[in-house]
Design a protein around this ligand. Sequence first.
Ligand code: 1PR
Length: 577
Amino acid sequence: MEAPPPLSLRLASSSSLRASPVSVRLGVGHAVKRYSRLRPLRRRFCCRAASTVTLLDYGAGNVRSLRNAIHHLGFDIKDVKTPEDILSADCLLFPGVGAFAQAMEVLNQNRMTEALCTYIEKDRPFLGICLGLQLLFESSQENGPIKGLGLVPGVVERFDSSGGIRVPHIGWNAVNICKESAILDEIEGRHVYFVHSYRALPSEANKEWISSTCNYGENFISSIRRGNVHAVQFHPEKSGDVGLSILRRFLNSYGSSRSGNGNASKLAKRVIACLDVRTNDKGDLVVTKGDQYDVREHTKENEVRNLGKPVDLAGQYYKMGLTSFLNITGFRDFPLGDLPMLQVLRKASENVFVPLTVGGGIRDFTDGNGRHYSSLEVASEYFRSGADKVSIGSDAVYAAEEYLKTGVKTGKSSLEQISRVYGNQAVVVSIDPRRIYVRNPDDVQFMVIMTSTPGPNGEEYAWYQCTVNGGREGRPIGAYEFAKAVEELGAGEILLNCIDCDGQGKGFDIDLIKLISDCVTIPVIASSGAGAVEHFSEVFEKTNASAALAAGIFHRKEVPIPSVKEHLFREGVEVRL
Ligand code: 1PR
């Protein structure tokens, strides 16, 4: 398999993948002058006439979702290859996923910076998304300070988690429209999808630009607009129908409007459907479901439990919520050789406009021909195939063990490599712990808790042992120690499974989820054991989980996702309906 191109405009491939750490030392003040040269509002341009949208894809993260959304809305795409492609664009989209420094390095290396500024200063139709908004500001503190395009006054800084908010800001949140923005007319009271750790704050100097703010511990800038120049911090291509309407309005340059009538007011709790995917004995890729991780039917044939086709189920879940794909045998396969899984992802992402997380087998790998692949290459292929976030399981356990032994961040682990290039918001760590009962807390060196479900011999204490390879091998590290270590190594979110509860339908392991969600500042997804809608309100009531995941009850259609959301709504839990 040809090495994926490095983080650069999809011009020509080159040999080495690793983006060299960059930081451009910032001289103060000169950037500010730029925006004052912006010409005042003159006339509104229209993309519809063009029907071809120019896309500035600098190769980081999941731009495939935006491509799918643009095609879904009936437009063709022209990729930027030269600065002239920017200047001659009728309508330019600039999606930015990943890290600020890398993005600026690629723009500077490809002489795109000047062209981009000129295009925007000419008030040409422009829509920046996420990093595509942040790069318009003077600079960012992300691995910096790093100089930005300097078109909008202000510095992009990390959310302040000292007040207890979890960073990254991941999930569905509401925006407050503060000026007529044309493309945002329909989102008042609706949830849109955010995934970021850095944000720009409103100030006297940039207030004329701001079209909406969002509250997450503080009011930050969620969109700007000036004339035909728009940019949003959230991801319209991942915000379901509301997001598609924003893109449609920009591409159709506004068109008819109707006001939003939602209930959105703050960051919503997320409900996630998980598809555990593997090949069955016939070699077909199926959605399976473990019974405490045992995915084989307890029949004479002992087949792999088959609960449906991945793309079909993903398509069904799209309308209702978020989806995760876990390639549960990725630890023994080589993911880049597992074309069926990549094809499933590409196919599923064509019609799924909510975030997709994909995991399984992400690690450095040497194939049968002795060709070495880095975990960054594996993750890049998942992102290019439509993943918004990648989930790392076994490889993160080994990295944490090494880190706890040496106390040194080598920067070489898959976790560190991928979060450095794509941003920690794109990296989930999946934990597969098993509950181990002990008579006395001093019996083990790991964090032990008083358990609310006594052991088989009445033990009152338990610790949670991490496992690898799909629960097949226990490791000398506790879930508590592991969670804290991976947060330090760059994880942006934790998917907290529980082997004991998996597929049991008796509810989430509240003890475990409370232990972990109280010891990290990144979002935690509760997983394993959901059997009824009440289990979801219970976990949000009793723990600081930011999301709750289920599999069996959704695949077997025992509990429809909408009924979970309606129940949570009735219980006063903010959810995206
Ligand atoms: O270790 O990086 O190759 O990743 C492998 C990934 O596959 C990990 O995320 C690991 O959690 C997952 N995995 C491996 N083996 C299994 C298995 O089931 N035998 N499934 C497995 C993990 C657990 C949950 C499940 C919940 C909810 N799936 O995601 O969906 O327990 O189920 P429920 O609602 O029915 O109770 P690597």
